[in-house]
Ligand binder design. Sequence first.
Ligand SMILES: Cc1ncc(C[n+]2csc(CCOP(=O)(O)OP(=O)(O)O)c2C)c(N)n1
Ligand SMILES: [Mg+2]
Length: 318
Amino acid sequence: MRLTRSLEERLVAWYRQGRIPGGVFRSLGQEAAAVGSAYALGPDDVCSPVIRDLGSMLVRGAKPPQVFRQYQGKAGSPTRGRDLHVMFSDLGRGYLGHIAPLGVMLPVIAGVALSFKLNREPRVVLAYSGDGATSTGAFHEGLNFASVQRLPLVVLVENNGFAYSTPTGSETVIEHLSDKAAGYGIPGVSVDGNDVLEVHQVTRAALEKARSGNGVTLIEAVTYRRAGHAEHDDQRYQSKDEIAEWERRDPVTRYVDRLVTEGWADPGKLADLDHRVTSELDQAVAACENDPLPDPGTALTDVYANPATAEPLWYRSI
Ligand SMILES: Cc1ncc(C[n+]2csc(CCOP(=O)(O)OP(=O)(O)O)c2C)c(N)n1
Ligand SMILES: [Mg+2]
C-alpha cells in the first residue's frame, strides 16, 4: 500500500510537470482493496485490474520502472508506447490489462475462467470492477454467464462513491452493491474496503470456494475516492467534509496503527519500510526517466496480430 501510494504521488508530480502524456488515475484512500485482495491470489491465478488497481499489479510483481515507462509512453514500456497508464498485461505474473470501455472485461475474464474450468486447472480469476461499471450491459452478461457456468471467478467491486462525477446513488437504486448478487443466484458480501485484512480474508475465502468448484462470489469493498477521477479533475462536486471524514479512515494509517498497537511491528521497522519504498522509487526514476520514446515509424507494429508492414501514411511528413 505504501509503494502504491508513493508511486502514484510521483506520477502526480510528473503529470503537473507536463511529463505524462495521458491521465493519472489514483487510488488514494482505496489502496487496501486492490492490495489486500491481490495477496489472496495463488501464484498461478489471474487477476484483471481496472484503473484504481495498480496496487494489485505491484503485488503480482509489476516493477516501478515498468510503470513509469508505461505512463510516459516510452519505447521500453510494456506496451512500447501503444497504450498508457495501467493498461498493460503480464501473463507471466498473472494480470490482464483492461480495455477502456467499462464492464467489458467481465465477459473476457469469464472466458479466462471458462478455459481454466474446461482444462480442469485449479486456477481462479479475480476480476476488479468500479461501482459505475456494474451498471453496464457487458458486466451483467459476463457475470450472468460466469454464474450459470459456475466458473472459478471472484468479482471485487470497489465502491468508491463515484463514477467520474456521478455519485453511486445516481448510478443504481440499491444501497449495497453486493445485493446485485441475488440476481445471479450467487453469494454477495460487502466488506470495509479500507480494512486491508478484512478485504484479504473475505477474498481468500471466496477464491478458495471458486477453486473447489463452488462458483462465483461478488464482493463489494466499500471505500471512497479521495482524489479526482484523474488528475485533471478538480473534484468540485465532492464535499470537503466527506473527503476529510474518509481521510480519518485512511487504509494505510489504519493498518500502521494496528500493526503498532497489536505489536506486529515497531515504528522503527515501519520507518525502514518507508525508506525502502523511497529508495526503490528513486532508483526506478533514475533507471528510466531519460529513456527514448518509440520510433514513430514503428507505430503500426504489434498493433494487430498480423502487423501491417507499410510505414504509416503520415510518417514521411515528419
Ligand atoms: C462504457 C463506458 N462509458 C463511459 C466511460 C468513461 N469513463 C471512464 S472511467 C468512468 C468512471 C468509472 O467509474 P467506476 O466504474 O465507478 O470506477 P472508478 O473510476 O470510480 O474507479 C467513466 C464514466 C467508459 N470508459 N466506458
Ligand atoms: Mg467508482
